[in-house]
Design a protein around this ligand. Structure first.
Ligand code: SER
Length: 583
């Protein structure tokens, strides 16, 4: 069964069970400026899991485009992907464990026709925070799964939370038995030997975790996630996702073009290309910071591996075309944006090509020096130089080092990097891992401040100003916007004064739900208008600001205190960045 058929069957099945089909959010979060990418289906739905009313109802189903880059270095093996699609069905205080399990079982066995004997399931074993999941167990028994294929595990396996804080709960996971030999007597679904492959995860979200521990949410939710590529791989009887129709044509083309036969490099090229295309399609551009840096890292690693395969880099345009052609049924937007996607990727490849060879030569020198000195860890200064002079992301140098049995001290590099106060900055560990925004008091204030700043910049600089990204912590905000020139001191002062003027007016921040067309006709700002559903949430601040946004926001602007612009600088071509604080 092809991926598109699985997706269609899934959405239709849940539609027939009373769910509204909602669109995927972009891989670049629209309402959550403090994370780099959408890492799970639940991420765009957090406000609704916490109790906010969703305009499409209490039963939803969707496919969500996800990017998870914490496993980036694993790509090349037979299963890791940095981009994947998650199919999900959602109960927002509607059905709970029994109905969710009954529907999952029906979908797997009737719609996908997976023989029941191939399924094993796991449930939460219970601990001091939450009791053993007897309800899930009984539901599986009722569906027909025998006792010996129902397992119980603790929080490490059967509890789901995104990051450190947020909605969470016990889950039940479904596994597909590939029919391989058990690796030992004890072999079970939590063992990573490959006999059992996890196919679906139903999270029973009724808790909220913060630093004080667990509390109950106001409603019992269900969040499920089924990985599309993995399911296609299993149903097609393939060993890796790279053999399914979404990757196979590119993989074959790479074989045709290569002079060196390196399977891992082919997988890295095919995978990083797809991920990069999805990020670019949703507005990401290569740069030296945050998500732009991750995109750059993906594209540069892809370029290096094309080089390793000894493929002429001029073939990249053809490779991109083949990849888009295999994906366009799932993502017609890739086809529509084909030219832009190609331009961005090829431009980045061209930039990197100029330094790649010299950088590799420099690396060889450093590696030899290290070995000759009888050492195994690369001089960190060298890692830093490779980055500064040749544009080698340190992770790439680390990978090169590994290929020669050498190591890189990343913490040492990090220290040096900070000491040099390099203009480009690595995302923190937290950002690489994704995870959810904390919606603490300060962060909420900064969210509202971004709206005021956006509106102020339009007044000061003109209507061409649009938000291009933002990043918020409890300490500060960053705001990226379209504008072609450096702001003058006078312009900065004007924008700052205007924000402070609207803070002083203590205007209520109004939240409204309306039809998308209505929001557009009111002139609402939105980063990715075409990605929203028909009904949208809009935040309005007097007649000064109106934006599509999921919040959270303060009740009145007066809560913000004093706004101060600390810095204004270039972010990427045609995009400026402001760093600001609230005092
Ligand atoms: N949130 C869960 C996951 O990402 C289920 O969707 O696995």
């Amino acid at each position: 069964m092809k991926a598109i058929e699985i997706r269609n069957k899934y959405l239709n099945f849940f539609k027939n069970h009373g769910h509204s089909v909602i669109p995927s959010a972009p891989v670049i979060p629209e309402n959550d400026p403090s994370v780099l990418f959408t890492t799970a289906g639940m991420q765009p739905l957090v406000p609704y899991l916490l109790g906010q009313k969703h305009p499409a109802g209490t039963r939803l189903t969707d496919f969500q485009k996800c990017v998870r880059t914490n496993d980036i270095d694993e790509v090349g093996d037979n299963r890791h992907l940095t981009y994947f699609e998650m199919l999900g069905n959602w109960s927002l205080g509607d059905y709970f464990k029994e109905e969710s399990i009954a529907m999952s079982y029906e979908f797997l066995t009737k719609e996908l026709e997976i023989p029941q004997e191939k399924l094993s399931v796991t449930c939460f074993a219970g601990d001091e925070d939450c009791s053993r999941d007897e309800v899930a167990y009984a539901a599986w028994r009722k569906a027909g799964i025998p006792d010996e294929r129902i397992y119980f595990f603790g929080k490490d396996d059967n509890w789901w939370i995104a990051g450190e804080e947020g909605p969470c709960g016990p889950d039940t996971e479904m596994f597909y038995d590939t029919g391989k030999e058990k690796c030992s007597e004890e072999c079970n679904p939590s063992c990573g030997c490959g006999k059992y492959v996890e196919i679906w995860n139903n999270v029973f979200m009724e808790f909220y975790k913060d630093k004080n521990g667990y509390s109950k949410l106001s409603q019992q939710n269900v969040d499920t996630g089924l990985g599309l590529e993995r399911m296609a791989m299993l149903l097609q009887g393939k060993e890796t996702p790279f053999e399914i129709e979404l990757f196979a044509p590119v993989m074959e083309k790479l074989v045709e073009l290569q002079s060196k036969d390196l399977i891992q490099s082919r997988r890295i090229v095919a995978e990083h290309l797809r991920s990069s295309m999805m990020i670019i399609n949703d507005g990401g551009r290569p740069s030296n910071v945050d998500r732009g840096y991750i995109l750059r890292r993906l594209l540069r690693r892809m370029t290096r591996h094309l080089n390793k395969l000894e493929i002429n880099l001029d073939e990249l345009a053809t490779i991109i075309d083949i990849s888009i052609d295999s994906l366009k049924e799932l993502y017609p937007e890739l086809d529509a944006n084909r030219n832009t996607i190609k331009e961005v990727i090829i431009e980045e490849k061209n930039k990197f090509m100029k330094t790649l060879q010299n950088g590799e030569r420099e690396f060889e020198k450093v590696a030899n020096r290290t070995k000759n000195a009888g050492k195994t860890v690369l001089d960190t200064q060298a890692v830093f130089n490779l980055y500064e002079t040749y544009g080698f992301p340190p992770e790439m140098t680390e990978e090169l080092a590994q290929e020669q049995g050498l190591k890189v001290d990343m913490s040492d590099y990090q220290r040096l990097f900070e000491e040099h106060q390099a203009k480009s900055r690595l995302g923190s560990e937290q950002k690489f891992k994704g995870g959810l925004a904390s919606s603490g008091e300060m962060e909420t204030k900064y969210h509202t401040a971004t709206h005021l700043l956006n509106a102020a910049l339009k007044v000061v600089l003109g209507d061409h100003v649009h938000q291009k990204g933002s990043n918020i912590t409890a300490e500060r905000m960053r705001f990226d916007f379209s504008h072609g020139a450096k702001m003058t001191d006078e312009e900065k002062q004007k924008a700052e004064d205007l924000v402070n003027e609207y803070i002083a007016k203590d205007i209520p921040v109004e939240k409204m739900e309306m039809k998308k067309e209505e929001a557009i006709s009111l002139g609402a700002e939105a980063m990715f208008l075409d990605k929203y559903g028909d009904i949208v949430t809009v935040y309005k601040i007097g007649d000064f600001s109106i934006e599509l946004c999921g919040g959270p926001h303060v009740e009145r602007t007066g809560e913000l205190g004093h706004f101060k612009i600390k810095k204004e600088e270039a972010s990427s071509s045609g995009v400026r960045r402001i760093k600001a604080i609230l005092e």
